[in-house]
Design a protein around this ligand. Structure first.
Ligand SMILES: Cc1cc2nc3c(=O)[nH]c(=O)nc-3n(C[C@H](O)[C@H](O)[C@H](O)COP(=O)(O)O)c2cc1C
Length: 249
């Protein structure tokens, strides 16, 4: 990261032109179309198919810079990043995670997770990841890094106050939206955590207090991720106002 870019990122908002942000007194009527920022958040999809073309280095630096300015509890900034753009390394990591997942998916279901709630264990695990693991044909492997040319590991500094996982989610989301605005595709990779069962953390130079918890794949999209659209539930939202409670949804 050059000092120049770091300095650019630090420019505070001024009264200068900010076409993307409305003035607070420019109220929009109910039912107005989504604006550019809202649309970006609504239209971003996880991309699981990438072109071979590498992402230009300066794009990655911009993305990191947007991440660096993310909100964090107590401004702890409990993160640092590892960027991997070496195809052989990515393939090797992919193979390790695939093989480990194949081993886990061939284990009897009760070894993966108990369906029965137990008072000692608390509620049963969320059904989706367990089903995913059990349905993956052993040995076939789940694509993990999706053939992306660039992988960013946002590492969590476990000294962060409160819940540094939340800060990490914010930093990742901000980087993903920066990448989206640059015309790139991205996907969170929770399966990357499996790399912790190997010497990959050492090979990537990761030491305490930093932890490898997630990865983000980045590249130019091949295909159209809009086809991957998955429905969203309308979770109950309790709304308290004027001494009354109602539910939205
Ligand atoms: C923390 C986190 C971890 C994820 N891990 C994976 C993963 O390992 N592999 C994958 O293909 N998608 C992964 N995803 C992507 C989700 O499956 C995806 O966001 C969800 O299905 C909604 O689809 P959308 O992102 O296209 O809107 C992950 C998402 C999040 C937020």
């Amino acid at each position: 990261m050059t000092n120049q870019l770091a300095a650019d990122g630090a420019v505070p908002e001024t009264k200068s032109e900010k076409p993307i942000r409305r003035k607070a007194n420019q109220l929009i009527p109910e039912g107005s179309p989504w604006n550019e920022v809202e649309e970006a958040f609504l239209k971003r999809r996880s991309v699981r198919k990438y072109k071979r073309k590498q992402v230009p280095e300066h794009y990655v630096k911009r993305i990191l810079e947007v991440g660096r300015y993310s909100a964090s509890q107590g401004n702890c900034q409990p993160w640092r990043f590892v960027v991997v753009r070496d195809r052989d390394m990515i393939s090797e990591m992919e193979l390790f995670v695939q093989n480990t997942l194949a081993m886990m998916s061939s284990a009897p279901p009760e070894e993966v997770a108990s369906e029965e709630p137990s008072e000692q264990q608390g509620p049963p695990p969320h059904p989706i990841p367990i089903k995913l693991l059990q349905e993956a044909p052993p040995g076939m492997g789940i694509k993990v890094f999706h053939g992306a040319p660039t992988v960013i590991f946002p590492l969590m500094d476990s000294r962060g106050i409160g819940h540094p996982e939340i800060d990490l989610g914010i930093v990742g989301t901000n980087m993903i939206m920066s990448a989206y605005s640059l015309g790139l595709g991205t996907c969170w990779v929770g399966f990357a955590e499996i790399l912790n069962f190997s010497d990959w953390p050492q090979r990537l130079g990761i030491e305490e207090p930093y932890k490898l918890v997630e990865a983000i794949t980045i590249g130019f999209e091949a295909g159209d991720a809009q086809h991957n659209f998955v429905q969203r539930e309308t979770h109950r939202t309790a709304w308290f106002e004027n001494g009354e409670q109602r539910d939205m949804y």
